[in-house]
Design a protein around this ligand. Structure first.
Ligand SMILES: [Zn+2]
Length: 418
């Protein structure tokens, strides 16, 4: 058994305990509370983490680990379709080993920043092997791209063939990721949804990312038209005449909930549909800034009952794969956001999106021991959130299902876990 002690413990986003302790037994939280309330310490390896906060491990609800090596390679010039063209060009010549090394870098920096669960999007399936070698918890979403309705069944068959080879383990879950409404036909969206429902897979898509995407769907105009023509993807197609989320609602994609990545532009009834379907919005704050979008709609949801989780997106549009950095960014840029809500977005909201909220996202007895420890540099803070979200705080320990995955200062070296 391993006992972690620290000056602060956050059992969840809003329950703060001074001088806290978490006892880990067989990969699970056996106790989380005040260090004074724990007895029978003889058989434990005790690690005192000093002036730090033990928090639930962070959940990165949207990233593309295979693009990690594209950091600072692509320049955004205000035209999203040009950015996509650069992205496609940049990895055209990549070998399999380049993909694998990019994915490995992404996993390493995720763990080093306290991310215990990563929701990764894979196009070619290569991420599976690297992710399964790692002790990080992963939800691997297979990206589907096909705008031609005639080839829907073969695209679905390819997906099923890839999935058939997957060896399941306790840290892995599978999802389907039809890419976006300008690369996925209506038919493929419907079939993806049906497969997700019958297999119990999670389902997600990029939606309402740009204003141009809304023009593409409502009027059939804008830069996506020429992009698709250039990639020879646009044959006989008529715009549905609907705003992005309304389009998804109309084809049944929202039913029973789904994960909607971005949602940078939402109007009226689109928000209603997301709320009514219990879908999750994934907000990628610093990628949102990189693409120069206006204030994200999640800041204006008020009393809406909508789960908002955080993603980093890839390093092709961000500077780190750290959910802690995303939370710090919101904390400093959006002063009206409550710190408890921000921490919620980086932890339990992602778990809820993946339907794992009875297992991870909190530190309570019986939950899996997915833990991040954030070193608070300042000796005195007015409140713990100031400490966690201060610019110089950093993750020093990452534990997934009781396994030490990152230990900056080697404090657990002698510990025997599990
Ligand atoms: Zn993405």
């Amino acid at each position: 058994m391993l006992l972690l002690k620290s000056r602060y413990l956050l059992k969840d986003a809003s329950t703060v305990i001074d001088n806290g302790a978490v006892l880990i037994d067989n990969g699970k939280v056996k106790f989380a509370g005040s260090a004074n309330d724990i007895s029978n310490r003889e058989s434990c390896q005790i690690i005192d983490l000093g002036n730090s906060a033990i928090v639930p491990g962070f959940v990165n609800t949207h990233t593309h680990l295979d693009l990690t090596h594209l950091h600072n390679i692509i320049k955004y010039n205000g035209d999203f379709t040009d950015w996509i063209r650069q992205l496609v060009d940049a990895k055209k010549e990549w070998t399999e080993s380049e993909y694998l090394s990019s994915i490995r870098s992404g996993i390493k920096s995720s763990l080093e920043s306290g991310t215990t669960t990563v929701v990764d999007i894979t196009r070619n399936g290569l991420a599976l092997e690297e992710l399964q070698k790692s002790k990080i918890r992963k939800s691997l979403f297979y990206e589907l791209i096909d705008f031609n309705p005639d080839s829907t069944e073969s695209t679905i068959d390819n997906f099923k063939n890839m999935i058939r080879k997957v060896k399941r383990d306790d840290l892995l879950s599978i999802g389907i990721f039809p890419h976006a409404p300008y690369t996925v036909s209506e038919e493929l969206y419907r079939r993806s949804k049906a497969v997700a429902e019958e297999s119990g897979f999670s389902i997600a898509t990029h939606i309402s990312e740009t204003i141009d995407e809304a023009h593409f769907l409502t009027r059939g105009t804008g830069k996506f038209i020429s992009l698709l023509r250039d990639f020879d993807m646009l044959k006989e197609w008529k715009p549905p005449g609907l705003k992005p989320v309304n389009y998804l609602k109309n084809i049944g994609f929202l039913e029973n909930g789904c994960i909607l990545v971005h949602c940078n532009y939402l109007k009226g009834e689109e928000v209603d549909h997301i709320e009514e379907s219990n879908s999750t919005i994934v907000f990628c704050p610093r990628s949102h800034k990189y693409f120069r979008h206006k204030d994200h709609p999640s800041y204006k949801l008020g009393n809406r009952d909508i789960n908002v989780a955080l993603g980093t997106d890839s390093l092709a549009s961000n500077d780190s794969l750290s959910i802690l950095d995303e939370m710090k960014y919101i904390y400093t840029q959006h002063k009206t956001s409550k710190p408890q809500d921000i921490l919620c977005m980086g932890t339990i909201a992602g778990a809820t999106a993946l339907r794992l909220n009875d297992k991870i996202g909190k530190l309570e007895e019986g939950y899996d021991a997915d833990i991040a420890v954030v070193d608070i540099k300042k000796e005195t803070v007015t409140n713990i959130y100031d400490g966690i979200f201060s610019h110089d705080s950093e993750c020093v320990l990452t534990v997934v299902s009781g396994t030490i995955c990152y230990d900056k200062h080697g404090v657990t070296r002698e510990a025997s876990v599990n």
